[in-house]
Write a protein that binds this ligand. Structure first.
Ligand code: GLN
Length: 509
Protein backbone atom coordinates (compact mmCIF):
# COMPACT_ATOMS: atom_id res chain seq x y z
CA UNK A 1 0.00 0.00 0.00
CA UNK A 2 2.83 2.37 0.81
CA UNK A 3 4.37 1.96 -2.62
CA UNK A 4 1.31 3.49 -4.29
CA UNK A 5 1.85 6.81 -5.99
CA UNK A 6 -0.12 9.84 -4.84
CA UNK A 7 -2.24 9.61 -7.98
CA UNK A 8 -3.00 5.92 -7.35
CA UNK A 9 -3.87 6.63 -3.70
CA UNK A 10 -6.24 9.42 -4.77
CA UNK A 11 -7.97 7.12 -7.28
CA UNK A 12 -8.27 4.21 -4.86
CA UNK A 13 -9.70 6.39 -2.13
CA UNK A 14 -12.16 7.80 -4.61
CA UNK A 15 -13.43 4.44 -5.85
CA UNK A 16 -13.57 3.07 -2.33
CA UNK A 17 -10.96 0.32 -2.74
CA UNK A 18 -8.77 1.94 -0.09
CA UNK A 19 -9.57 3.26 3.36
CA UNK A 20 -7.85 6.41 4.54
CA UNK A 21 -7.69 5.09 8.10
CA UNK A 22 -5.85 1.96 7.01
CA UNK A 23 -3.52 3.94 4.79
CA UNK A 24 -2.64 6.35 7.56
CA UNK A 25 -2.09 3.54 10.04
CA UNK A 26 0.36 1.88 7.66
CA UNK A 27 2.27 5.15 7.30
CA UNK A 28 2.43 5.60 11.07
CA UNK A 29 3.72 2.05 11.53
CA UNK A 30 6.39 2.65 8.90
CA UNK A 31 7.48 5.87 10.60
CA UNK A 32 7.74 4.12 13.97
CA UNK A 33 9.84 1.32 12.48
CA UNK A 34 12.28 3.76 10.92
CA UNK A 35 12.78 6.12 13.85
CA UNK A 36 16.50 5.51 13.64
CA UNK A 37 16.64 7.56 10.45
CA UNK A 38 15.68 10.59 12.57
CA UNK A 39 13.51 12.24 9.92
CA UNK A 40 10.42 13.17 11.93
CA UNK A 41 10.95 15.64 14.76
CA UNK A 42 7.37 16.16 15.89
CA UNK A 43 4.90 13.44 15.09
CA UNK A 44 1.22 14.08 14.56
CA UNK A 45 0.28 10.40 14.48
CA UNK A 46 -2.74 10.45 16.76
CA UNK A 47 -4.31 13.52 15.19
CA UNK A 48 -3.62 12.34 11.63
CA UNK A 49 -5.27 8.99 12.34
CA UNK A 50 -8.35 10.74 13.73
CA UNK A 51 -8.53 12.90 10.65
CA UNK A 52 -8.16 9.87 8.37
CA UNK A 53 -11.07 8.14 10.12
CA UNK A 54 -13.09 11.30 9.67
CA UNK A 55 -12.14 11.36 5.99
CA UNK A 56 -13.53 7.86 5.50
CA UNK A 57 -16.77 9.02 7.09
CA UNK A 58 -16.96 12.07 4.82
CA UNK A 59 -16.28 9.86 1.84
CA UNK A 60 -19.17 7.50 2.64
CA UNK A 61 -21.46 10.48 3.11
CA UNK A 62 -20.33 11.77 -0.27
CA UNK A 63 -20.98 8.41 -1.93
CA UNK A 64 -24.41 8.09 -0.36
CA UNK A 65 -25.23 11.55 -1.68
CA UNK A 66 -25.49 13.35 1.66
CA UNK A 67 -23.18 16.06 0.36
CA UNK A 68 -21.37 16.66 -2.88
CA UNK A 69 -17.98 17.75 -1.70
CA UNK A 70 -15.23 15.35 -2.70
CA UNK A 71 -11.79 16.21 -1.32
CA UNK A 72 -8.92 15.13 -3.53
CA UNK A 73 -6.51 14.35 -0.70
CA UNK A 74 -9.17 13.03 1.71
CA UNK A 75 -7.12 11.34 4.43
CA UNK A 76 -3.81 11.14 2.55
CA UNK A 77 -0.73 11.59 4.80
CA UNK A 78 1.80 14.32 3.97
CA UNK A 79 4.95 15.37 5.80
CA UNK A 80 5.86 19.01 6.35
CA UNK A 81 9.31 20.48 6.90
CA UNK A 82 9.58 21.99 10.35
CA UNK A 83 9.96 25.55 9.04
CA UNK A 84 6.33 25.78 7.92
CA UNK A 85 4.04 27.12 10.62
CA UNK A 86 1.37 24.62 11.60
CA UNK A 87 -1.37 25.70 14.00
CA UNK A 88 -1.29 23.70 17.23
CA UNK A 89 1.71 21.66 16.07
CA UNK A 90 5.16 22.60 17.30
CA UNK A 91 7.30 24.35 14.68
CA UNK A 92 10.96 24.52 15.67
CA UNK A 93 13.11 25.09 12.55
CA UNK A 94 15.27 22.44 14.28
CA UNK A 95 16.54 25.19 16.57
CA UNK A 96 16.70 25.60 20.30
CA UNK A 97 15.35 29.10 20.02
CA UNK A 98 11.96 27.81 18.82
CA UNK A 99 11.99 24.63 20.92
CA UNK A 100 8.60 25.38 22.43
CA UNK A 101 7.00 27.41 19.65
CA UNK A 102 3.45 26.42 18.72
CA UNK A 103 2.24 28.73 15.94
CA UNK A 104 -1.23 30.29 16.14
CA UNK A 105 -1.68 29.93 12.37
CA UNK A 106 -0.88 27.61 9.47
CA UNK A 107 1.24 28.42 6.40
CA UNK A 108 -0.87 29.00 3.28
CA UNK A 109 0.60 26.13 1.28
CA UNK A 110 -0.01 23.69 4.15
CA UNK A 111 -3.53 25.03 4.57
CA UNK A 112 -4.20 24.38 0.89
CA UNK A 113 -3.15 20.74 1.27
CA UNK A 114 -5.36 20.42 4.32
CA UNK A 115 -8.20 22.16 2.50
CA UNK A 116 -8.19 19.24 0.05
CA UNK A 117 -8.33 16.80 2.96
CA UNK A 118 -4.60 16.09 3.30
CA UNK A 119 -3.40 15.13 6.80
CA UNK A 120 -0.08 16.00 8.39
CA UNK A 121 1.66 12.90 9.65
CA UNK A 122 4.59 14.80 11.10
CA UNK A 123 7.01 17.70 10.95
CA UNK A 124 10.36 16.81 9.41
CA UNK A 125 13.96 17.30 10.43
CA UNK A 126 16.19 19.87 8.72
CA UNK A 127 19.31 21.95 9.16
CA UNK A 128 18.71 24.67 11.74
CA UNK A 129 16.74 27.47 10.03
CA UNK A 130 17.40 25.66 6.72
CA UNK A 131 21.05 26.70 6.79
CA UNK A 132 22.89 23.73 5.36
CA UNK A 133 23.02 21.10 2.67
CA UNK A 134 23.22 17.91 4.68
CA UNK A 135 20.53 17.89 7.39
CA UNK A 136 23.47 17.40 9.72
CA UNK A 137 23.21 20.72 11.58
CA UNK A 138 19.94 20.16 13.41
CA UNK A 139 19.37 20.44 17.15
CA UNK A 140 17.73 17.00 16.83
CA UNK A 141 20.81 15.41 15.28
CA UNK A 142 21.44 14.34 11.67
CA UNK A 143 19.05 12.61 9.27
CA UNK A 144 20.12 9.29 7.77
CA UNK A 145 19.73 8.27 4.16
CA UNK A 146 17.37 5.27 3.84
CA UNK A 147 19.17 3.86 0.78
CA UNK A 148 21.81 2.32 3.01
CA UNK A 149 19.58 1.73 5.96
CA UNK A 150 21.09 -1.70 6.42
CA UNK A 151 24.45 -0.12 7.18
CA UNK A 152 23.28 1.01 10.56
CA UNK A 153 21.66 -2.31 11.45
CA UNK A 154 23.46 -4.87 13.61
CA UNK A 155 25.17 -7.28 11.26
CA UNK A 156 24.79 -4.81 8.39
CA UNK A 157 27.43 -4.13 5.82
CA UNK A 158 28.82 -0.98 7.39
CA UNK A 159 31.89 -1.09 9.55
CA UNK A 160 30.98 1.51 12.10
CA UNK A 161 28.41 4.06 13.09
CA UNK A 162 29.94 6.85 11.01
CA UNK A 163 29.78 5.07 7.70
CA UNK A 164 26.17 5.81 6.94
CA UNK A 165 25.25 8.33 4.26
CA UNK A 166 23.56 11.67 4.78
CA UNK A 167 20.12 12.47 3.41
CA UNK A 168 21.14 15.86 2.03
CA UNK A 169 19.57 19.09 3.06
CA UNK A 170 18.26 21.15 4.32
CA UNK A 171 14.92 19.39 3.68
CA UNK A 172 16.44 15.97 4.44
CA UNK A 173 13.61 14.83 6.70
CA UNK A 174 11.00 15.49 4.02
CA UNK A 175 13.03 13.64 1.38
CA UNK A 176 13.38 10.61 3.68
CA UNK A 177 9.67 10.70 4.53
CA UNK A 178 8.84 10.35 0.83
CA UNK A 179 11.63 7.88 -0.03
CA UNK A 180 10.61 5.55 2.80
CA UNK A 181 6.93 5.58 1.80
CA UNK A 182 5.94 7.20 5.09
CA UNK A 183 3.82 9.74 3.22
CA UNK A 184 2.59 10.49 -0.31
CA UNK A 185 4.30 13.82 -0.70
CA UNK A 186 6.10 16.35 1.43
CA UNK A 187 6.83 20.04 1.60
CA UNK A 188 10.35 21.37 1.84
CA UNK A 189 11.82 24.78 1.19
CA UNK A 190 14.39 25.80 -1.38
CA UNK A 191 16.64 28.84 -0.99
CA UNK A 192 19.78 27.52 -2.66
CA UNK A 193 18.89 23.91 -3.34
CA UNK A 194 17.42 22.63 -0.10
CA UNK A 195 14.61 20.69 -1.79
CA UNK A 196 16.53 19.47 -4.83
CA UNK A 197 19.69 18.35 -3.01
CA UNK A 198 18.03 15.91 -0.57
CA UNK A 199 15.58 14.74 -3.25
CA UNK A 200 18.54 13.82 -5.44
CA UNK A 201 20.36 12.06 -2.60
CA UNK A 202 17.27 10.11 -1.55
CA UNK A 203 16.04 9.10 -5.01
CA UNK A 204 12.84 11.13 -5.13
CA UNK A 205 11.53 14.01 -7.23
CA UNK A 206 12.12 17.52 -5.88
CA UNK A 207 10.57 20.62 -7.43
CA UNK A 208 11.35 24.30 -6.88
CA UNK A 209 8.69 26.48 -8.47
CA UNK A 210 9.13 29.88 -10.08
CA UNK A 211 9.58 32.52 -7.39
CA UNK A 212 6.20 34.18 -6.97
CA UNK A 213 4.04 31.16 -7.86
CA UNK A 214 3.80 29.78 -4.33
CA UNK A 215 2.95 31.58 -1.15
CA UNK A 216 5.64 31.93 1.50
CA UNK A 217 3.18 33.08 4.14
CA UNK A 218 3.95 30.99 7.21
CA UNK A 219 7.24 29.68 5.86
CA UNK A 220 9.75 30.89 8.42
CA UNK A 221 12.17 32.92 6.29
CA UNK A 222 15.79 32.18 5.58
CA UNK A 223 16.40 34.55 2.64
CA UNK A 224 13.09 36.15 1.70
CA UNK A 225 14.21 37.14 -1.77
CA UNK A 226 15.24 33.56 -2.63
CA UNK A 227 12.98 31.28 -0.53
CA UNK A 228 10.46 29.11 -2.37
CA UNK A 229 8.37 26.27 -0.93
CA UNK A 230 9.44 22.96 -2.47
CA UNK A 231 7.60 19.73 -3.23
CA UNK A 232 9.04 16.26 -2.74
CA UNK A 233 7.26 13.30 -4.26
CA UNK A 234 7.69 9.78 -5.60
CA UNK A 235 7.10 10.82 -9.20
CA UNK A 236 6.94 13.87 -11.43
CA UNK A 237 3.18 13.41 -11.77
CA UNK A 238 2.78 13.37 -7.99
CA UNK A 239 4.86 16.53 -7.60
CA UNK A 240 2.72 18.26 -10.22
CA UNK A 241 -0.46 17.24 -8.37
CA UNK A 242 0.93 18.84 -5.20
CA UNK A 243 1.99 21.95 -7.10
CA UNK A 244 -1.46 22.37 -8.62
CA UNK A 245 -3.05 22.05 -5.19
CA UNK A 246 -0.95 24.77 -3.56
CA UNK A 247 0.00 27.22 -6.35
CA UNK A 248 -1.48 30.64 -6.89
CA UNK A 249 -1.90 34.11 -5.50
CA UNK A 250 -2.11 34.67 -1.76
CA UNK A 251 -3.26 37.99 -0.34
CA UNK A 252 -0.99 37.32 2.62
CA UNK A 253 2.18 37.20 0.50
CA UNK A 254 2.72 40.27 -1.65
CA UNK A 255 5.47 38.49 -3.61
CA UNK A 256 3.00 36.04 -5.15
CA UNK A 257 1.91 37.00 -8.65
CA UNK A 258 -1.71 38.04 -9.06
CA UNK A 259 -2.47 36.55 -12.47
CA UNK A 260 -4.71 33.51 -12.08
CA UNK A 261 -2.94 30.16 -11.93
CA UNK A 262 -4.15 27.75 -14.62
CA UNK A 263 -4.42 24.22 -13.26
CA UNK A 264 -2.96 21.52 -15.45
CA UNK A 265 -2.44 17.78 -15.54
CA UNK A 266 0.42 16.11 -17.35
CA UNK A 267 -0.22 13.96 -20.42
CA UNK A 268 1.19 10.42 -20.60
CA UNK A 269 2.09 10.67 -24.23
CA UNK A 270 4.85 13.27 -24.41
CA UNK A 271 7.05 14.17 -27.35
CA UNK A 272 10.34 16.03 -27.02
CA UNK A 273 10.97 16.04 -30.75
CA UNK A 274 11.02 19.78 -31.29
CA UNK A 275 12.55 20.66 -27.96
CA UNK A 276 15.80 22.53 -27.65
CA UNK A 277 17.81 21.29 -24.65
CA UNK A 278 20.74 23.37 -23.40
CA UNK A 279 23.74 21.85 -21.62
CA UNK A 280 25.52 24.59 -19.63
CA UNK A 281 29.23 24.11 -20.20
CA UNK A 282 30.15 25.74 -16.87
CA UNK A 283 28.44 22.88 -15.06
CA UNK A 284 31.36 20.56 -15.73
CA UNK A 285 32.47 21.64 -12.29
CA UNK A 286 35.51 20.41 -10.37
CA UNK A 287 34.68 17.49 -8.11
CA UNK A 288 31.87 16.08 -10.23
CA UNK A 289 31.86 12.30 -9.93
CA UNK A 290 32.19 9.97 -12.95
CA UNK A 291 28.76 8.43 -12.14
CA UNK A 292 27.07 11.82 -12.27
CA UNK A 293 28.86 12.77 -15.48
CA UNK A 294 27.86 9.48 -17.05
CA UNK A 295 24.20 9.91 -16.03
CA UNK A 296 24.20 13.45 -17.41
CA UNK A 297 25.75 12.40 -20.72
CA UNK A 298 23.33 9.49 -21.08
CA UNK A 299 20.36 11.79 -20.47
CA UNK A 300 21.57 14.21 -23.13
CA UNK A 301 21.87 11.27 -25.55
CA UNK A 302 18.32 10.17 -24.76
CA UNK A 303 16.98 13.56 -25.80
CA UNK A 304 19.17 13.54 -28.87
CA UNK A 305 17.93 10.07 -29.85
CA UNK A 306 14.34 11.20 -29.39
CA UNK A 307 14.83 13.97 -31.92
CA UNK A 308 15.41 16.92 -29.60
CA UNK A 309 18.07 19.47 -30.41
CA UNK A 310 20.80 19.29 -27.76
CA UNK A 311 23.42 22.04 -27.70
CA UNK A 312 26.01 23.41 -25.34
CA UNK A 313 25.16 26.80 -23.81
CA UNK A 314 26.98 29.19 -21.52
CA UNK A 315 25.91 30.66 -18.18
CA UNK A 316 29.09 32.65 -17.58
CA UNK A 317 28.20 34.20 -14.21
CA UNK A 318 27.37 30.89 -12.56
CA UNK A 319 30.82 30.82 -11.00
CA UNK A 320 29.99 33.89 -8.88
CA UNK A 321 26.77 32.46 -7.52
CA UNK A 322 28.19 30.90 -4.36
CA UNK A 323 30.04 34.04 -3.34
CA UNK A 324 27.09 36.25 -4.16
CA UNK A 325 24.78 33.98 -2.18
CA UNK A 326 27.00 34.09 0.87
CA UNK A 327 26.63 37.88 1.02
CA UNK A 328 22.90 38.06 0.24
CA UNK A 329 22.03 35.13 2.50
CA UNK A 330 23.92 36.45 5.50
CA UNK A 331 22.59 39.99 5.02
CA UNK A 332 18.98 38.82 4.98
CA UNK A 333 19.63 36.34 7.79
CA UNK A 334 21.03 39.14 9.97
CA UNK A 335 17.84 41.12 9.66
CA UNK A 336 15.48 38.12 9.76
CA UNK A 337 16.94 36.69 12.93
CA UNK A 338 16.59 39.91 14.89
CA UNK A 339 13.03 38.88 15.76
CA UNK A 340 14.33 36.16 18.08
CA UNK A 341 15.00 38.23 21.16
CA UNK A 342 13.52 36.04 23.89
CA UNK A 343 10.70 38.51 24.52
CA UNK A 344 7.77 37.70 22.26
CA UNK A 345 8.09 33.97 21.68
CA UNK A 346 10.51 31.07 21.72
CA UNK A 347 13.35 30.36 24.10
CA UNK A 348 14.22 32.93 26.79
CA UNK A 349 17.47 32.77 28.77
CA UNK A 350 17.24 33.02 32.54
CA UNK A 351 19.08 36.33 32.71
CA UNK A 352 17.50 39.32 34.38
CA UNK A 353 20.40 41.76 34.76
CA UNK A 354 19.58 43.86 31.72
CA UNK A 355 17.62 43.68 28.50
CA UNK A 356 20.85 43.70 26.48
CA UNK A 357 22.14 40.73 28.42
CA UNK A 358 18.84 38.91 28.07
CA UNK A 359 19.02 39.32 24.27
CA UNK A 360 22.63 38.18 24.13
CA UNK A 361 22.19 35.15 26.38
CA UNK A 362 18.96 34.09 24.66
CA UNK A 363 20.55 34.24 21.24
CA UNK A 364 23.70 32.52 22.41
CA UNK A 365 21.74 29.63 23.91
CA UNK A 366 19.17 29.55 21.12
CA UNK A 367 21.20 29.52 17.90
CA UNK A 368 23.87 27.09 16.76
CA UNK A 369 27.28 28.27 15.52
CA UNK A 370 26.18 28.27 11.90
CA UNK A 371 23.29 30.66 12.51
CA UNK A 372 25.36 32.93 14.76
CA UNK A 373 28.18 33.00 12.22
CA UNK A 374 25.81 34.06 9.44
CA UNK A 375 24.24 36.78 11.60
CA UNK A 376 27.69 38.19 12.36
CA UNK A 377 28.80 38.09 8.73
CA UNK A 378 25.52 39.66 7.61
CA UNK A 379 25.80 42.52 10.04
CA UNK A 380 29.32 43.12 8.81
CA UNK A 381 28.15 43.29 5.16
CA UNK A 382 25.40 45.70 6.15
CA UNK A 383 27.65 48.16 7.98
CA UNK A 384 27.43 51.58 6.34
CA UNK A 385 31.04 51.37 5.19
CA UNK A 386 30.55 47.91 3.66
CA UNK A 387 27.03 48.16 2.29
CA UNK A 388 27.91 49.29 -1.25
CA UNK A 389 30.94 47.07 -1.57
CA UNK A 390 29.18 43.92 -0.44
CA UNK A 391 25.41 44.08 -0.37
CA UNK A 392 24.83 46.33 -3.38
CA UNK A 393 27.54 44.63 -5.39
CA UNK A 394 26.06 41.20 -4.64
CA UNK A 395 22.66 42.44 -5.84
CA UNK A 396 24.25 43.51 -9.12
CA UNK A 397 25.98 40.16 -9.55
CA UNK A 398 22.71 38.44 -8.83
CA UNK A 399 21.15 40.36 -11.69
CA UNK A 400 23.93 39.19 -14.01
CA UNK A 401 23.33 35.56 -13.00
CA UNK A 402 19.61 35.95 -13.74
CA UNK A 403 20.41 37.62 -17.08
CA UNK A 404 22.46 34.56 -18.09
CA UNK A 405 19.34 32.42 -17.88
CA UNK A 406 17.16 34.98 -19.64
CA UNK A 407 19.61 35.27 -22.52
CA UNK A 408 19.81 31.50 -23.02
CA UNK A 409 16.04 31.04 -22.96
CA UNK A 410 15.39 34.02 -25.22
CA UNK A 411 17.95 32.58 -27.60
CA UNK A 412 15.63 29.64 -28.24
CA UNK A 413 16.60 27.09 -25.60
CA UNK A 414 13.48 25.53 -24.04
CA UNK A 415 15.02 23.70 -21.13
CA UNK A 416 18.39 23.26 -19.43
CA UNK A 417 19.67 19.84 -18.38
CA UNK A 418 22.23 19.78 -15.55
CA UNK A 419 23.33 17.53 -12.72
CA UNK A 420 21.65 18.27 -9.36
CA UNK A 421 24.61 17.42 -7.15
CA UNK A 422 28.29 16.74 -7.70
CA UNK A 423 28.14 13.20 -6.36
CA UNK A 424 25.86 10.63 -4.78
CA UNK A 425 25.04 11.15 -1.08
CA UNK A 426 28.32 11.39 0.84
CA UNK A 427 28.96 9.59 4.10
CA UNK A 428 28.29 11.41 7.34
CA UNK A 429 31.89 10.89 8.31
CA UNK A 430 33.19 12.66 5.21
CA UNK A 431 30.56 15.38 5.23
CA UNK A 432 31.23 16.46 8.78
CA UNK A 433 34.99 16.65 8.29
CA UNK A 434 34.48 20.16 6.90
CA UNK A 435 32.30 22.96 8.24
CA UNK A 436 28.82 23.90 7.11
CA UNK A 437 30.02 26.77 4.93
CA UNK A 438 32.62 24.74 3.03
CA UNK A 439 30.10 22.00 2.37
CA UNK A 440 27.42 24.43 1.17
CA UNK A 441 29.95 25.93 -1.24
CA UNK A 442 30.52 22.52 -2.84
CA UNK A 443 27.01 21.16 -2.57
CA UNK A 444 25.02 24.06 -3.97
CA UNK A 445 26.90 24.81 -7.20
CA UNK A 446 24.24 23.36 -9.51
CA UNK A 447 21.17 24.46 -7.59
CA UNK A 448 21.79 27.96 -6.25
CA UNK A 449 21.87 29.92 -9.53
CA UNK A 450 18.21 28.96 -10.14
CA UNK A 451 17.22 30.66 -6.89
CA UNK A 452 19.17 33.76 -7.94
CA UNK A 453 17.23 33.80 -11.21
CA UNK A 454 13.90 32.71 -9.70
CA UNK A 455 13.46 30.09 -12.43
CA UNK A 456 11.62 26.76 -11.97
CA UNK A 457 13.77 23.63 -11.54
CA UNK A 458 13.12 19.98 -10.83
CA UNK A 459 15.35 17.05 -9.94
CA UNK A 460 14.42 13.58 -11.17
CA UNK A 461 16.13 10.33 -10.12
CA UNK A 462 18.20 9.15 -13.08
CA UNK A 463 20.16 6.09 -12.02
CA UNK A 464 22.03 4.38 -9.23
CA UNK A 465 25.72 4.91 -8.61
CA UNK A 466 28.16 2.02 -8.36
CA UNK A 467 27.51 1.77 -4.64
CA UNK A 468 23.77 1.67 -5.19
CA UNK A 469 22.89 5.23 -4.21
CA UNK A 470 20.56 7.39 -6.28
CA UNK A 471 21.70 10.15 -8.62
CA UNK A 472 19.36 12.90 -9.77
CA UNK A 473 19.42 15.19 -12.78
CA UNK A 474 17.95 18.65 -13.00
CA UNK A 475 15.71 20.35 -15.57
CA UNK A 476 15.45 24.13 -15.54
CA UNK A 477 12.97 26.25 -17.49
CA UNK A 478 12.18 29.93 -18.02
CA UNK A 479 10.23 31.84 -15.38
CA UNK A 480 6.60 30.73 -15.08
CA UNK A 481 7.11 27.74 -17.39
CA UNK A 482 6.63 25.37 -14.46
CA UNK A 483 4.26 23.19 -16.46
CA UNK A 484 6.81 22.71 -19.22
CA UNK A 485 9.47 21.76 -16.67
CA UNK A 486 7.16 19.07 -15.28
CA UNK A 487 6.33 17.80 -18.75
CA UNK A 488 9.92 17.37 -19.89
CA UNK A 489 10.84 15.83 -16.52
CA UNK A 490 8.00 13.34 -16.86
CA UNK A 491 9.20 12.31 -20.30
CA UNK A 492 12.67 11.71 -18.88
CA UNK A 493 11.24 9.76 -15.95
CA UNK A 494 9.37 7.51 -18.38
CA UNK A 495 12.62 6.71 -20.19
CA UNK A 496 14.69 5.95 -17.10
CA UNK A 497 12.33 3.57 -15.33
CA UNK A 498 13.99 4.28 -11.98
CA UNK A 499 12.81 1.95 -9.20
CA UNK A 500 11.80 3.56 -5.93
CA UNK A 501 13.29 2.19 -2.72
CA UNK A 502 11.31 -0.80 -1.48
CA UNK A 503 11.17 -1.05 2.30
CA UNK A 504 8.18 -3.37 2.58
CA UNK A 505 10.27 -5.92 4.53
CA UNK A 506 10.56 -3.37 7.36
CA UNK A 507 6.88 -3.72 8.28
CA UNK A 508 7.17 -7.49 8.61
CA UNK A 509 10.36 -7.73 10.63
N1 GLN B 1 22.91 25.29 1.44
C1 GLN B 1 22.37 26.62 1.38
C2 GLN B 1 22.49 27.30 2.72
O1 GLN B 1 23.05 26.73 3.60
C3 GLN B 1 20.95 26.60 0.88
C4 GLN B 1 20.00 26.10 1.88
C5 GLN B 1 18.57 26.18 1.44
O2 GLN B 1 18.24 26.09 0.26
N2 GLN B 1 17.70 26.40 2.42
O3 GLN B 1 22.05 28.40 2.90
Amino acid sequence: MLSLSLREAINKLKDGSLSAAELCEKCVTRAKRLQELNYIVTDNFVQSQKEAVNSDRLWSEYVSGRHNEWRKFGGIPFAIKDNFCTKNIKTTCASNILNNYVPPYTATVVQRLQGEGGVIIGKTNMDEFAMGSGSTDSVFGPVRNPWNYKFSQPGGEGNGTNDWHIAGGSSGGSAVAVATGTCFGALGSDTGGSTRNPASYCGVVGFKATYGRLSRHGLIPLVNSLDVPGMLAKSVDDASILFNAIAGHDVRDSTTVTDPFQNFSLPDDISVKHLHIGIPKEYHAPGISPCVLEAWRRAADMFDDAGAKVTEVSLPHTQYSILCYSVLCCAEVASNMSRYDGIEYGHRAKVEDSTEELFAATRHEGFNDVVRGRILAGNFFLLRRNYDNFFIKAQKVRRLIAEDFRRVFEGGVDMLLTPTTLTEAPTHRWFTEADNRTRAEEQDVFTQPMNMAGVPAITVPASLSQSGLPIGLQFVGPNFHDQQVFTVAKWFEQQTNFKQLDLSHIDKS
